[in-house]
Design a protein around this ligand. Structure first.
Ligand code: C5P
Ligand code: MG
Length: 190
């Protein structure tokens, strides 16, 4: 099995690249952000719980996110591997992911971080907000809060997998196909 954590700040291109990577490597794409938006769209109890956090650019509590992720992984016993996009966002979530994969006699193969600077992120997300309809993409102060939350709560996850010798960095600026090529180089060398 190959299990990839596609890492990087909001707007760094994780979703775009994950869509391409799942085709090439035959993996299941799990985007926790997309799962939350689906739940919110259907106004489920989970969606209602997540909504106020997401609207402010804060993280949904770990137990909610971890439970949702576990359900999604367990719904795919046939999977040849997964791409985790937007998860784990905290050390707690990383430990829970390791435990879950461990139960399945597998593990995280690599974490790959897309590097994009703050001003590029703000510009990209604002542009995405024009068509995404996402309230958290349309307000600069919320976008900047998401970047701050990423720096304080999520970047330690890079170090967590670095200690396991699994963290990699890729330049996330350039054409979609150019960045895809950089990612495949890292994956093919695993
Ligand atoms: O991954 P994405 O940027 O689409 O996530 C959108 C929002 O969903 C985040 O800003 C955060 O509020 C919430 N989220 C979370 N925990 C995750 C993934 C997403 O709280 N692991
Ligand atoms: Mg995304």
């Amino acid at each position: 099995m190959i299990n990839l954590v596609l890492f990087g700040p909001p707007g760094s291109g994780k979703g775009t690249q994950a869509d391409k990577l799942v085709n090439k490597y035959n993996l299941i794409h799990i985007s926790t952000g997309d799962l939350f938006r689906h739940e919110m769209g259907n106004n489920t109890p989970l969606g209602q719980k997540a909504k106020s956090y997401i609207a402010k650019g804060e993280l949904v509590p770990d137990e909610v996110t971890i439970g949702m992720l576990r359900n999604k992984v367990e719904a795919h016993p046939e999977a040849q591997g997964f791409i985790f996009d937007g998860f784990p966002r905290t050390i707690n979530q990383a430990q829970a992911l390791d435990d879950l994969l461990n139960e399945k006699d597998t593990s995280v193969s690599a974490l790959i971080a897309l590097q994009v600077d703050d001003e590029e992120i703000v510009a990209r997300i604002k542009l995405r907000g024009v068509t995404s309809g996402r309230p958290d993409d349309s307000d600069e102060s919320i976008i900047r809060n998401r970047i701050e939350v990423y720096k304080s709560e999520t970047t330690p996850v890079f170090d967590y997998y670095e200690e396991q010798g699994k963290s990699h960095q890729v330049n996330g600026i350039g054409s979609i196909s150019g960045i895809f090529e950089r990612l495949t180089k890292v994956i093919d060398a695993l």
